[in-house]
Structure formats: structure tokens, C-alpha cells
Design a protein around this ligand. Structure first.
Ligand code: ZN
Length: 476
């Protein structure tokens, strides 16, 4: 998930530990909730989204969006109604007004209720039937904030927009089933004033300029969770690099950076092929058809692992460090390909996002992961804020808590020591190479760790993942 653009200040949390919310089943009947315990308003029940084609025209001068979304989906039960998440027109940051919903040429009746678009189908769908809806919508784009009041979604700046949806911000720019468990393939046709560059996930398949506008068409043949989609717009120069096995690395760098900053970014980009190649040796084949990064001189305050093309903010002082590039690259395996079913399990993303740069450091002759563990464990007294929470179930307002990141990484380092390198790296590779279309829980990870190690690890994970407070020496 996210990685702050500046070093994490000590996070203090006066928030009492929330009671564990029950995991709802993902609904297979019409519902305006996808069943996530942290974000019950996100997602929808009754269908499986298969493909989104987003045809967006965005005017950077007026911030006006005029868009059409084609959504191919499969009904999971007989359905007379469908709903999608979409920021409603009365949203404080500016929202989107739906003008027309149709299937083929047949108009469908619809209503926008807050951040839900509810469509009543002219002809009900039968279970397992496929259909394709076309939604025309428009609005003036703004600066949406997430539950923690951090910038997210389609976040506009004077020269364009940085688009980073985690956790439920895809709804700020298209109608969507906005939960991590409903992945789909995507194609984007983003039309912007000539001179601007639009960068989305996957690969650029065409670029056409007409009447003062340029349409940038990108396609991801691999499925994407909605929180990992992007269509960022700015003054970017595109360059393409390749790993030794030919994987394209497509980078977008803001032309507005100073020459010195461009040189620093170039040094980060130059390292990417070697990092990909190292991680392929540890985690198995890179899961997607391209990689790269979007380097913007504006700031969301963090970086995000948007699929195939992470976004890097500029904090006005330092260019994002190599550790963050390593973190976002590791997420392509951990989080993007192997994705948690619910947000309660975000430590499975961020624990690996923290641990992977330690592995890279060890690979380059620095501290081993065991040495990193000892340094952090010994350096944090029992009252350090990083021990306040357990990594599992941090609560919806603490998805990006230090317990999820650092303690998640410490958990993996401790696990490596406990079960040994052979079992640990076998586990890591199998975990990384699971089916992209599926989603996973902490219980799945524990079961796989027990399989590889032949050990009962209930106590280990109870101590490290489920119990607040600094684990006592010898307790795991
Ligand atoms: Zn992360």
C-alpha cells in the first residue's frame, strides 16, 4: 500500500483497539455493500465485474471530466437491479453526475443515492448471464480525501492529476465495484489537452492527437483490483527500459523537476531492472506484463504501488529513496498479484512491503533481515507506539499504522528465523505465485507457513499478528 513521501513521524494512537469486526461473506445478491468490514459502503453485491473500458476526457484548465465507462459483468444471481460506487454530485470535493445508463441502445433507469449509482434493469439478468453497461457521466474534479483525510482518488493539481485510489477512491473517477476482491481487466482511453501526458496501468497501445487533444490508450491484460488503477495526468516524459528478460519498464517523469532532481530520479530508474531481476530470483516470475513508475513534482504525501506503475510524490525537498521504489516493486507480487480479500489483512501487503527492502539490503551486503529485526526489536522499548497495535485488524482509520508496516516486516523476519531459509523462501515463493484472480486471508498464509515448515505456528502468529504489545523475548 502506501509509503509516506517523508519519514514516518512516530505515530501515537490514542484510539482504543476496535473490537474485531465480523467478516461478512461477499454478497452474491443485489447489495450496495461489498461486505468489507472496514468499508461497508464500498463494493456492491450480486455481480462480478470482468472488464472496464474507461473513456475519459479531462481538461486540465477547467478540471472538467466528460466520461463514458463500459462495464462488462457477470450476474451472480438473478438480478433486477445493479449498483456501483461513484462519488455523488453533492460530494464536498466535487462529484460526478450520471447522464445516461444503457445496455446496447436500451436506456436503463437509474438513481444516484449518495455515492451509489443504482440501476434498475429494463430486463432482469439471469444468474451467470453476462452483460455490458455503458454509463455516461461528467463532473468537475477536485481534491477528494479518504477516511483519514489524506488526499486520494482522482486528485487534481494545476498541471493535471495524480490518481491513487487506496483504499476506496476508484469511485472518485469511475463507476466501480470498489472492493479488492472483484478484480477485472482494464482499458483506458484518456484524452487530455495536447502537450499533457496521461499514464495508466499496463502498456500504451496508441496515442492520437486531433483538434488540440491527445488520446492516450492504455491496456492491462492482467486483472487489477480497483484500488490499484490509475490514470495520472501531467507534464510527463515517457521512457522505456527493459530487464535482461525483456520486461518493459515504462517510466513517466515530470518535466517540471529541476535538472538535479531529474538526475536523481534517473539514478533510481537505472536500478529498477536489477531489483526486478533479484526479486524474480526470490519471489518467482514478475506477475505482470510491464513495470515502471510515475514521478510527479506534486505531492499526495506518499507513494502508492498502482499496478505495474507506482506513483511517487515529491515532498519538495527529497526525491523518493530507493527503499520506497523497492517497497512498491515488491507490492507487485504482494498485494497486487496476491491480494487480501478484506482490508483487515492489509499487513499481508505492508509486511512484505517492509520486509522486501530488508532482503534487498541483505542481498547488497548490508544488514541481514535477522540483524534488522534485532536492531528494531531492541531499539523499541515496550511503550514505543509501534507496539500499540497488533498488525491484524488495525481498524479502518489505521490501515497505514506503523504496526501494519514495521511490525508486519518484523513478523516475517522472525518467521524466517523460526522456520529456516528453506521453508521460508519456499513459502514466500508459493505465496507470491498464487492465482491473480483470487484473494487471500491471514488464515491462508498461516496454513501455507505451517505446510512449508511442518510446525504448528498458531502461537507464533498469535503473538506477532493478533496480540497488541511488544512480544516478550522467548514468547514465540
Ligand atoms: Zn506499501
Amino acid at each position: 500500500m502506501r509509503k509516506p513521501a517523508v519519514a514516518l513521524a512516530a505515530i501515537t494512537s490514542a484510539m482504543a483497539l476496535a473490537a474485531t469486526p465480523a467478516l461478512a461473506a461477499i454478497p452474491t445478491i443485489f447489495s450496495t455493500s461489498g461486505g468489507d468490514p472496514y468499508f461497508p459502503a464500498a463494493g456492491n453485491g450480486g455481480y462480478d465485474a470482468k472488464h472496464y473500458f474507461l473513456d475519459l476526457k479531462y481538461d486540465t484548465a477547467t478540471k472538467a471530466m466528460d466520461a463514458t465507462a463500459q462495464i462488462r459483468l457477470k450476474a451472480l444471481s438473478d438480478l433486477g437491479k445493479l449498483s456501483f460506487d461513484l462519488l455523488g454530485p453533492t460530494a464536498p470535493s466535487g462529484g460526478l453526475t450520471v447522464e445516461r445508463v444503457r445496455i446496447g441502445s436500451t436506456n436503463q433507469s437509474f438513481v444516484q443515492q449518495g455515492n451509489e449509482l443504482v440501476v434498475t434493469l429494463a430486463t432482469p439478468l439471469r444468474a451467470a448471464e453476462m452483460t455490458e453497461l455503458t454509463v455516461d457521466y461528467a463532473g468537475t474534479m477536485g481534491q477528494p480525501l479518504d477516511i483519514e483525510e489524506a488526499p486520494y482518488g482522482f486528485y487534481t493539481f494545476a498541471d493535471g492529476a495524480m490518481v491513487a485510489n487506496e483504499p476506496d477512491g476508484a469511485k472518485t473517477w469511475y463507476p466501480v465495484n470498489d472492493i479488492p476482491s472483484d478484480k477485472a481487466t482494464y482499458e483506458f482511453n484518456v484524452t487530455v489537452p495536447v502537450g499533457k501526458t496521461a499514464v495508466a496501468n499496463g502498456e500504451l497501445i496508441s496515442k492520437r492527437t486531433k483538434d488540440g487533444w491527445t488520446s492516450w490508450r492504455w491496456r492491462s491484460a492482467d486483472v487489477i483490483a480497483s484500488y490499484l488503477t490509475t490514470a495520472s495526468i501531467g507534464d510527463y516524459d515517457l521512457t522505456t527500459d527493459r530487464t535482461s528478460t525483456g520486461l518493459p519498464i515504462i517510466n513517466a517523469v515530470d518535466r517540471d523537476f529541476s535538472a538535479a532532481n531529474k538526475a536523481t530520479i534517473a539514478s533510481r530508474l537505472a536500478r529498477q531492472p536489477a531489483i526486478v531481476e533479484y526479486f524474480e530470483s526470490v519471489f518467482g516470475p514478475y506477475p505482470f506484463t510491464s513495470f515502471g513508475g510515475i514521478w510527479d513534482d506534486n505531492s499526495l504525501g506518499y507513494a502508492l504501488e498502482t499496478q505495474t506503475r507506482p506513483i511517487y510524490s515529491y515532498n519538495g525537498r527529497n526525491i523518493t529513496g530507493e527503499g520506497t521504489v523497492v517497497h512498491e516493486l515488491a507490492h507487485q507480487w504482494f498485494g497486487n498479484s496476491t491480494t487480501p480479500e478484506y482490508w483487515t489483512d492489509i499487513w499481508l501487503n505492508e509486511g512484505f512491503g517492509t520486509f522486501a527492502p530488508w532482503l534487498w539490503t541483505e542481498h547488497n551486503g548490508g544488514l541481514t533481515t535477522a540483524q534488522q529485526f534485532t536492531s528494531i526489536y531492541n531499539g523499541r522499548a515496550a511503550n514505543h507506539p509501534g507496539w500499540v497495535k497488533a498488525p491484524s485488524n488495525p481498524g479502518p482509520e489505521d490501515l497505514f499504522n506503523d504496526a501494519v508496516y514495521t511490525r508486519g516486516g518484523l513478523t516475517l523476519a522472525a518467521l524466517r528465523t523460526k522456520i529456516g531459509d528453506s521453508a521460508f523462501f519456499g513459502l514466500v515463493k508459493e505465496w507470491a505465485q498464487q492465482q491473480k484472480q483470487a484473494n487471500y486471508t491471514t488464515a491462508d498464509f498461516v496454513a501455507m507457513a505451517e505446510k512449508w515448515s511442518g510446525q504448528d505456528l498458531d502461537n507464533f502468529f498469535n503473538v506477532w499478528i493478533h496480540t497488541p504489545g511488544k512480544p516478550a523475548p522467548g514468547s514465540w
